[in-house]
Design a protein around this ligand. Structure first.
Ligand code: 13P
Length: 245
């Protein structure tokens, strides 16, 4: 079955490096049965977009604003992202929730705004280590889903994606270690059912957290893992190409 593989380059590359990586990657991955989304930072979108246009790869963004037009200094309108050819947008990433204090109410508005512009939101949810150790993982994820998806209406199951990223498993976090594929699968089954109750649609649920070329197959072969959101390993063309293949 086709998987959704999303490269999140975060704020790790210059525009020049983004261009080089996109070109290298496009050269290696000529065909794939999977859907592959590349998410450069805002400043690189208009440069990377034209490179991807000639390929089967899709352009994504790492965030978007709550409104199409507003006095919101520094924000980027989903209207403009759409004009640049953006098909997917990552929303509610744990790094934005933690370092930029983005809350579920804001994320909820961003999701609705992306949908109005026909951009597919990838809603990120995930527990911290403390919540895991307290046995609160599912309770916490359920809350993030309910708040993030409050009043969200989608027409088809492919209009929205959930990304489950246990925060403690993200490679750049202190003492990060990957979650076992079996446990990720079990939690994603729960997320799928919970999201289906809210949205009345069986949306895709992808996994993120230290996914790389060595472990990708073991995650992607699980029945409840519809794809991967990849950080560190997406910054090397060969590594991400191996994940995609
Ligand atoms: P890593 O793949 O580096 O763990 O990052 C995961 C992530 O945060 C993707 O959004």
């Amino acid at each position: 079955m086709s998987k959704l593989l999303v490269a999140n380059w975060k704020m790790q590359l210059t525009i020049k490096e983004s261009l080089t990586l996109a070109a290298q990657f496009a050269k290696i991955v000529k065909t794939t049965k999977n859907e592959v989304v590349i998410c450069p930072d805002y400043s690189a979108l208009s440069f990377v977009g034209p490179i991807l246009k000639k390929t089967k790869l899709t352009l994504g963004a790492q965030d978007s604003a709550t409104d199409n037009r507003a006095a919101l200094t520094g924000e980027v309108s989903p209207l403009n992202l759409k004009a640049l050819g953006v098909k997917y947008v990552i929303l509610g990433h744990s790094e934005r929730r933690e370092h930029l204090h983005e809350n579920s109410a804001i994320i909820n508005r961003k999701i609705k705004s992306a949908l109005v512009n026909k951009i597919i939101p990838i809603l990120c949810i995930g527990e911290k280590l403390t919540e895991r150790e307290d046995g609160q993982t599912k309770l916490f994820l359920n809350e993030e889903l309910h708040h993030g998806l409050k009043g969200v209406k989608i027409k088809t199951a492919s209009d929205l994606v959930i990304a489950y990223e246990p925060i403690w498993a993200i490679s750049t976090n202190k003492n990060a270690k990957p979650m076992s594929p079996q446990e990720a699968d079990e939690i994603q089954k729960f997320i799928r059912a919970s999201a289906a109750k809210i949205l009345k649609k069986n949306v895709r649920v992808i996994y993120g957290g230290s996914v790389d070329e060595k472990n990708a197959v073991s995650y992607l072969s699980q029945p409840n893992i519809d794809g991967a959101l990849v950080g560190g390993a997406s910054l090397k063309a060969n590594s991400f190409a191996a994940v995609v293949k």
